[in-house]
Design a protein around this ligand. Structure first.
Ligand SMILES: [Ca+2]
Ligand SMILES: [Ca+2]
Ligand SMILES: [Ca+2]
Length: 272
């Protein structure tokens, strides 16, 4: 890598770059694309990985717990201030594939009803090669659950993460994802992904865990792909009991493979 390219990469990863006007973004894209002419391994950068929680008794906007942020955004934990215990575990490899698990304990002193929990991921694919706004999402083979009696997500959203046009933060805030794709293959841009889980009641003293996977293979989740490098990943999550929230990676892989078996297999890179 050249020094100039490294500088462009750092520029692209900064929060400021997400606020650039479209003309400047196109210029950045041109500079990066003309500076690079060789294939490279996929690099997934996590700009933000957060959780939100909502319930009838919380009376207001969803609470935010931001854990992974690429150093660009400050950590935020509104859960603990509302009386929730938070344990966060994550394992990612050099490419950015891996798992992250939130375990949440209700220590608020209140029994909560209509609890909704959301995972939000704003990742960038190969941004050091070709920017973060040449990407698109695909609902793929996502299988939704229904209510609190299963481990699957009950709602989803793919959208630009609110710097330009996306409404995904508004929807997270009110606790209702729109089950739509705002960044399809026909209109690539900056992609972010969210999965929502209806948990029903969460009594005072009870806990739950939700584990997320960023996978190279189709794990039955939302797809996020790069138009130019053809790299991509799948993002899925499911509710786990606290007792297995820090399960061995091998066990976690087997669980995801079970979901894959249900959903069928489909390799990424076959965009039409
Ligand atoms: Ca990209
Ligand atoms: Ca949307
Ligand atoms: Ca993104």
């Amino acid at each position: 890598m050249t020094g100039n390219l490294f500088s462009v990469r750092e520029f692209c990863l900064s929060k400021l770059s997400k606020l650039c006007p479209s003309s400047l973004r196109l210029l950045v894209a041109f500079v990066v694309l003309t500076a690079v002419n060789s294939a490279n391994a996929i690099v997934i950068d996590i700009f933000e990985f957060s959780s939100y929680i909502n319930a009838d008794e919380l009376h207001g906007d969803s609470l935010l717990d931001r854990q992974l942020n690429n150093g660009a955004l400050s950590a935020a934990n509104e859960f603990e201030g509302a009386g929730f215990g938070v344990i966060f575990d994550s394992i990612f490899d050099a490419n950015g594939f891996g798992t992250a698990t939130w375990t949440i304990s209700n220590n608020s002193g209140m029994d909560l009803n209509n609890v909704q929990y959301f995972g939000f991921l704003d990742a960038e694919i190969d941004s050091y090669l070709n920017t973060y706004f040449n990407e698109y999402g695909d609902v793929g083979d996502l299988v939704l659950g229904a209510g609190s009696e299963d481990v699957l997500a009950d709602s989803w959203e793919i959208d630009e993460p609110g710097f330009v046009f996306g409404d995904i933060f508004d929807n997270l805030s009110v606790g209702g994802l729109d089950n739509s794709n705002g960044v399809s293959v026909d209109a690539p841009d900056d992609v972010s992904l969210a999965l929502g889980f209806d948990l029903g009641s969460l009594l005072d003293g009870e806990s739950f865990g939700v584990s997320f996977e960023i996978s190279e293979i189709n794990n039955g989740g939302l797809g996020h792909f790069d138009m130019d490098s053809a790299d991509g990943f799948y993002f899925n999550g499911f509710v786990v009991e606290p007792a297995i929230s820090v399960m061995e990676p091998g066990s976690l892989a087997l669980l995801f493979m079970g979901i894959v078996g249900i959903c069928g297999s489909r390799r990424f890179g076959n965009r039409s």
